[in-house]
Ligand binder design. Structure first.
Ligand SMILES: Cc1cc2nc3c(=O)[nH]c(=O)nc-3n(C[C@H](O)[C@H](O)[C@H](O)COP(=O)(O)OP(=O)(O)OC[C@H]3O[C@@H](n4cnc5c(N)ncnc54)[C@H](O)[C@@H]3O)c2cc1C
Length: 580
């Protein structure tokens, strides 16, 4: 029986164990959620469908009109994840992600405004708020009377969020808050801010707390809308706190736990960004297929050419895999699994990169038309670029994925090292741990696929593809073991091998999700299941090639040369060679 409090698919995978009960069968939406979603889609259609031209104008203007934000409130777009008892729709992660998917088919700025409110802006209140705090604010957040924003980033603190300078000092019944936040989505329209501020000693890294700060408190101000590359109609501003007296009962969660709270909020909200990415990919596939059939060159629609078909085929594979990954993560959350941070981070990296590829190829299929502002391609390319940067850059998330997934292997090695030290004091215990560990390694090395190192619940026709997964799992377990033995704690500074392991993990999780999705479709039947099997064939082949390359390059690579070329360029601050 799987323990939902501790089970972690990716951490077990690094130990060579496939916890298939976590990922098979593929999670499905509850019928009740389906019904609510259908109603939501109808409202979204009538709000967003007639507005294609306005979205284009608002992008150029860099702002959406206040009257449209009012309409968003009327339709209930700000109440998706708020429990029904507080006036919201009570969506779980899957239904929420599906709703954002639908919005993103129309416009990324609208999706980001809704996402910043629900995924991160008010999520701290949902996850950590007291009953009294929830009663006070959730009803207003559900109607959109209050729009929420998440205030972590500062001019000097981006990826290194622990280095924030905003401070809150306790003074009797309130906290005195001072500091400046940067690039805050919804800044210009929000009246509910989840703010992170240092509350420990100034020299203590990361000792911060989370607060609810409302716009009406004296000393809160926001800067002008930033002029951005994409999602231009969404509001992004600075937010300033100048000696703001924040009542003591606005503290969110425990004092001093702000960093953990920020990370939990980001993890929990990731399926919003994933859902949005899937929506944009589906829209792009629709646009590209129509474009390819309409555009005639060399007396034929360009859709006839294999190089165009190749792009469209890959878009379909990427979209299917992304949807599988995003739905799997939201399914894990809805089923009550608590250790999904690595899988959620994978879904963010995978979704944002698949969407980027899809948008780029869609623009290429449209050719020169794709480059023109009249058509939506260039805007979609600009809009989706942010997904690789915000809510944790993909570089930082890759490090997070690999280092966290390897946690258990590290712990076991530490235990082994400690026991080896004690072999002479307590030979029986020492030998026990050693032999158990040696056995595990031996069985991994021999590639024995038995027990927990294999899938047993997948549809039998998928054996060949499951084997790709199982073999790579064994290799991953051996590679993490090897790398952790080699670098120990210093693995933190080894970004090249860490990145390769992260890429393997991303491929493996995506493959597990696609396997599970296809297997469940085969069991249940449905339209075009044979095509789903084809998608699996292509994805498994691609993933296998990428993983083999990553494994091979852990030991044999050009890393030192690349590092020295970069060091040279950094020293020169220019490209060295000018051929004149
Ligand atoms: C449009 C927009 C909306 C945003 N909305 C919000 C919001 O609502 N709330 C909020 O709090 N923030 C928001 N942000 C901020 C966003 O989360 C940050 O931009 C992001 O966390 C990255 O920080 P940075 O931009 O300072 O980049 P930096 O941290 O300066 O990173 C620059 C580059 O260095 C890389 N890098 C940094 N450290 C390492 C490392 N240790 N190893 C390897 N590579 C590294 C990064 O991956 C990146 O490629 C928003 C940003 C934008 C652009």
């Amino acid at each position: 029986m799987i323990d939902k409090n501790t089970a972690s698919f990716m951490r077990s995978l690094c130990m060579g164990e496939i916890e298939e009960e976590v990922v098979v069968p593929f999670p499905q939406l509850e019928e009740q959620d389906r019904e609510t979603l259908r109603a939501v889609f109808t409202s979204l259609d009538s709000l967003l469908k007639p507005r294609a031209e306005e979205f284009r104008k608002w992008d150029r203007a860099g702002e959406m009109p206040a009257s449209f934000v009012e309409e968003m409130k009327q339709v209930g777009l700000f109440g998706f994840v708020i429990p029904e008892e507080f006036g919201g729709m009570g969506f779980g992660a899957t239904a929420y992600s599906r709703a954002l998917q639908e919005i993103a088919r129309y416009d990324a700025s609208v999706a980001v405004a809704v996402g910043a409110h629900s995924s991160i802006g008010m999520r701290g209140l949902l996850l950590f708020g007291t009953d009294e705090q929830k009663r006070r604010w959730l009803p207003k957040l559900a109607t959109g009377e209050m729009i929420a924003a998440f205030c972590l980033t500062e001019p000097g603190a981006g990826s290194d969020a622990a280095s924030i300078k905003t401070r809150a000092v306790r003074q009797g019944d309130h906290w005195l808050l001072d500091g400046n936040k940067l690039w805050i989505t919804n800044g210009g329209v929000a009246s509910f801010f989840t703010v992170f501020a240092k509350t420990g000693r100034p020299e203590e890294r990361g000792a911060m707390s989370a607060f609810v700060v409302t716009r009406d408190l004296p000393g809160v101000s926001v800067g002008p809308h930033e002029d951005k590359m994409g999602i231009r109609a969404s509001s992004t501003t600075t937010v300033h706190f100048d000696s703001v007296k924040v009542p003591a009962d606005h503290l969110l969660g425990e004092e001093g736990k702000g960093f953990k709270i920020a990370m939990k909020i980001l993890n929990s909200g990731r399926t919003g960004l994933g859902g949005g990415s899937v929506g944009a990919m589906k829209k792009l596939i629709g646009l590209s297929t129509q474009q390819a059939k309409q555009r005639v060159q060399f007396d034929r629609p360009i859709a006839d050419f294999s190089l165009i078909k190749q792009k469209i085929g890959h878009m379909v594979v990427d979209c299917y895999a992304t949807e599988a990954v995003v739905n799997m993560v939201s399914g894990l959350i809805d089923q009550g699994f608590r250790e999904y941070a690595v899988e959620a981070a994978i879904s963010k990296v995978f979704a944002s990169e698949c969407l980027w590829r899809t948008a780029d190829e869609a623009l290429q299929i449209a050719g020169g038309n794709g480059y023109m502002c009249e058509l939506p391609y260039e805007r979609m390319v600009r809009d989706c670029r942010i997904n690789r940067i915000f809510e944790g850059t993909n570089e930082i998330l890759r490090l997070f994925i690999a280092l966290n997934a390897m946690n258990d292997v590290g712990a076991q090695l530490k235990e082994l090292a400690a026991s080896l030290k004690g072999v002479f004091n307590d030979p029986i215990k020492g030998f026990g741990v050693l032999s158990e560990y040696a056995l595990r390694r031996a069985s991994l090395a021999a590639g024995l696929r038995r027990g927990k190192a294999s899938f047993t619940r997948l549809h039998p026709s998928l054996e060949e593809h499951a084997r790709i997964f199982e073999e790579a799992t064994l290799e991953l377990a051996l590679a993490t073991d090897r790398i952790l033995r080699k670098f120990g704690k210093n693995i933190i500074g080894q970004q090249f091998p860490t990145r390769r392991l992260a890429d393997v993990m991303i491929d493996l999780f995506a493959l597990a999700c696609v396997l599970s999705r296809v297997s469940t479709s085969l069991e249940r039947g449905g339209p075009a299941v044979d095509k789903e099997v084809d998608i699996l064939r292509v994805f498994a082949g691609q993933a296998k090639r990428r993983m083999q390359q990553n494994f091979a390059r852990i030991e044999e690579n050009d890393d030192d040369i690349i590092r020295s070329l970069a060091a040279d360029a950094l020293e020169q601050e220019r490209f060295r060679w000018d051929n004149l």
